[in-house]
Ligand binder design. Structure first.
Ligand SMILES: Cc1cc2nc3c(=O)[nH]c(=O)nc-3n(C[C@H](O)[C@H](O)[C@H](O)COP(=O)(O)OP(=O)(O)OC[C@H]3O[C@@H](n4cnc5c(N)ncnc54)[C@H](O)[C@@H]3O)c2cc1C
Length: 411
């Protein structure tokens, strides 16, 4: 009898949790991580403090393993920064022998198929499960190879796949040509704007686009820059004419509450240090020697121009569906999440991530047997995912998978 194998795609918080669960249950597994180190996404906003406390950011399984490794599991009501979370939980876990030996850093999974089958083969017959998964993988040296697995857990998140800047969610004319001026992650305003820039934001003309918590965080941080260097000009463009900023009634997360309050003051206050343009979308961009000419379209169809040096685009992100294009995955037409989970989420329709809980093992299943999308990618365009939902998803999937041993031939 041989053991079935699992490929875990992504060593973010949920991929690491899945790896611990796989090791615990005796599975043979490999974790592929595109970044040079674990938790590539969380690192990318390492300077930002989370809304949720240590108690919610480190799973019970991680806590137990950290203790076994002789590390004090971080605990308590404080909210860590992304860097603190990575350094005190994810990095030590990545050194655990069962993780370290199975972790392939700098290794991106490019595409997945079934060996010998196309997407359109064996529809609904169950025979697809008899064909091993075939993963096209590219390592840090750019070398491509094929690896195989019996089960695939896609925990690749969404951050690698930011949404476009332009009106209607597609790239604005000129957006592709202006890519070198656009930053699509949460920048630390104490450092350079873009790699290669001199440190410091003072005196720049900056366009910030988006209204979610990420954009709110940047708007708040940029106020400090404007106050220190009033020659800095920040235009904050928000699609809605009356944004609510994801406000939650009686918010139990104080840091989120104060961020939303601050965004309200900045957007609606008469003395805002930012040039806030509500009800505007990016219509077109034209990069030239002195900066970028950005045309904004108002709700009424008028065009306004702003001339800027840099653009921060925080218009959300969604998981990369190209990975499983050859698999039978049923995606939601509205959120791009896996259909069953998306339907469950749409019917619960809460904007509060604290109200989220895993929707049960059933909704994690796809028409493609043994292929599961977990973690923030499973939520598609719904931004209410919390890591603790990911911990629950991992438990549910491992319960579904049962024992790692393959059934003996002939049973
Ligand atoms: C500013 C900010 C604050 C947040 N605050 C909170 C909070 O307070 N509480 C909370 O619970 N959540 C918070 N979140 C959300 C949290 O970051 C996510 O819930 C969490 O990171 C999701 O974990 P994940 O493992 O699903 O995905 P990710 O963290 O995105 O991890 C995915 C991993 O997969 C890797 N990867 C991507 N593509 C590939 C590929 N093709 N092949 C191999 N590897 C790949 C990536 O490099 C990454 O390491 C916050 C997010 C942001 C941006």
């Amino acid at each position: 009898m041989t053991n079935r194998t699992i490929a875990i795609l992504g060593a973010g918080p949920v991929g690491l949790e899945a790896a611990l669960a796989a090791a615990e249950a005796g599975w043979v597994f490999t974790i592929y991580e595109a970044a040079d180190d674990v938790a590539g996404n969380v690192r990318s906003w390492g300077h930002v403090q989370l809304f949720t406390p240590w108690t919610m950011n480190v799973s019970p399984r991680m806590r137990a393993r950290l203790a076994e490794l002789g590390q004090e599991p971080p605990d308590g009501p404080e909210c860590p920064t992304g860097t603190e979370l990575t350094e005190r939980a994810f990095e030590p876990l990545a050194l655990a022998p069962e993780i370290a030996t199975n972790l392939r850093l700098g290794t991106r999974v490019l595409e997945i198929s079934r060996d010998g089958l196309l997407k359109s083969d064996e529809i609904g017959t169950g025979a697809r499960a008899e064909h091993v998964f075939r993963l096209l993988v590219r390592d840090a040296d750019g070398h491509e190879r094929v690896e195989h697995a019996d089960v695939v857990l896609d925990c690749t998140g969404t951050y690698d796949n930011p949404n476009a800047l332009g009106l209607g969610g597609i790239a604005a004319p000129g957006e592709r040509g202006a890519e070198e001026y656009i930053i699509r992650r949460i920048p630390d305003v104490r450092g350079p704007v873009l790699e290669g820039d001199a440190p410091g934001w003072s005196g720049l003309r900056i366009l910030l686009v988006g209204a979610g918590h990420s954009a709110q965080t940047v708007a708040r941080d940029l106020v400090d820059v404007v106050e220190r260097a009033p020659e800095t000009h920040v235009t904050w463009v928000i699609r809605s004419a009356s944004p609510t900023f994801g406000a939650v009634e009686n918010d139990a997360l104080p840091r989120r509450y104060s961020l939303v309050q601050r965004a309200h003051e900045l957007a609606y206050g008469s003395q805002s240090p930012l040039d806030v343009r509500l009800g505007r979308s990016v219509h077109a961009l034209e990069a030239s020697v002195g900066g970028i000419d950005v045309s904004l379209r108002t709700d009424g169809g008028d065009i306004e121009h702003v001339f800027v040096d840099r653009i921060i685009s925080l218009t959300g992100s969604v998981g990369d569906a190209r990975l499983y294009r050859q698999l039978q995955v049923h995606e939601c037409y509205a959120t791009s999440g896996p259909m069953r989970l998306a339907a469950a989420l749409l019917s619960s329709s809460s904007v509060d991530c604290l109200a989220q809980q895993s929707q049960g093992a059933d909704v994690l299943q796809n028409p493609e047997p043994d292929f599961y999308i977990l973690g923030s990618k499973s939520y598609g365009r719904n931004s209410t995912f919390l890591m603790r939902v990911g911990w629950e998803q991992v438990d549910e999937v491992f319960e579904l998978l049962g024992a790692p041993e393959a059934a003996p031939v002939g049973t």
